[in-house]
Design a protein. Sequence first.
Length: 504
Amino acid sequence: MLSENLNPKQKQSENYILPEFILNMKLSLNWLQQILDISQIEPLDLVNRLTLAGFEIDSIEHIGEANENKDVILDIAVTANRGDVLSMLGLSREIAAIYNLDYTPKLSNGNFLLRNEDLIQFKSLDNCLFYSISILDDIRIESSPYWLREKLHSIGIPTENNIKDILNYILVEYGIPIFVYDKNKILNLTSTTDKNPFQIQVNTHIQHLDFLGRNSQEYTIENKALTTQINDFPISLTGFIETYETDLDSSTSSIVLEIVIVQASQIRETATNLNIKTEKSIRLGRGVDLNLIQSAYDQTIHLIKEISNGRVSAHNYSTKLVTDPRFISFSHSNLINTLGPPNALSNLDKNRIEQILKNLGFAIKQKEPNWIIEVPSHRLMDVEKEIDLIEEIGRIVGFDNFSTIFPEKNFFNPFSIRNRIIKELKLFLLTNGFTEVVHYSFQDPIYDASSSNKILLINPLTIDQKSIRKSIIPNLLNSYIYNFTQGNGSLAAFELGRDRKSVV
């Protein structure tokens, strides 16, 4: 499970950095074994192979004492471009490709229930790529069965009740976020009855709203953030968290299930503007595997019927998920020229390459004269060019299987006159007691007095790093002031950078 926790509202002046580049997910090998046969794979070998394939293992934990309860938990760092592996099924696909195992998960391929527009009506879903909502009655809220609690506890997820535990289980296994609300509380909050239809809208909120999340934290919504409303009452900050007022409790007898898919960029922008991240928004912001939505929904309904005796009384959905296929021309000779000499690639013939691509979900549409590869929907966000395909093959084979080629020695001075001057200047300052500081190349727009030629970032790291700096002086002054206010006295520091076409 991801290691980040929900972040409450923070002041605009705080230098709060949202972690964007590395995420962590915990992998239970016992859980993995139920999806993929890894009985012949040693945990340490799996760790090494995953590391060579681009997944850093932060920690290994052994839990349980009895043979039947023993488990190994891997804490895996996942880069931000690999949202497809923020699930057990996604990681299983990668491991199957690494070991060339048969990966055929049992997934349903049915259709969503028929639309019921008498009870559920869509008023405005312009911002949604996909939206599904279901009403389930005759729900029993109680403790989850042992097998479900054990799975969640093994990866550090606290259990609460059977419904929420089921949704957490689906989130981890499929990577599909599903939101849940108490139906009767919605009826009370909107002053409606069972005879009145639910009118759903997902809109950009343009008025001030103090939103109380399910985590009891309050978030101030001004604009740009999407909210989901039923009969004009905001039930959730779309893609992030449900409102506290619709939370489930022991008296809940009817629930509303919601699946919402919006543009990943919209989720990331809201996360930055409001300083909020949740387990669900992290996956939506990285892009979920759209092919798993149907299976995740079917499994959710099945488990709710089995564990809590619930039944579906109404359902409706809307979809705009039309993904244009992406085809990439791929050359075997370019692969050889990029990854190494032919004598280092004896285990990488065309049949092996084809098997790797198929194991990763890529489809080969043509083989002559060049291969034409179709990119699967779950990799559309990060595989765009031939070099990306070459990287995929290289990491699955293992870069340790390629020979190391040292560059030829260069007898010429590689440094320009400018670089040599900077090097001497830096050495002079360091030997005279100065400390070199290095700041981000971004700054708050308030430090740029001129409105022209201001370059703003679409997705800044923090709220006070929205523009590319035009001067290094504001950052130096901020560091000096911070150091002085901490009681450290004057700061003898320097930074080398460009400022008004000169080195400062």
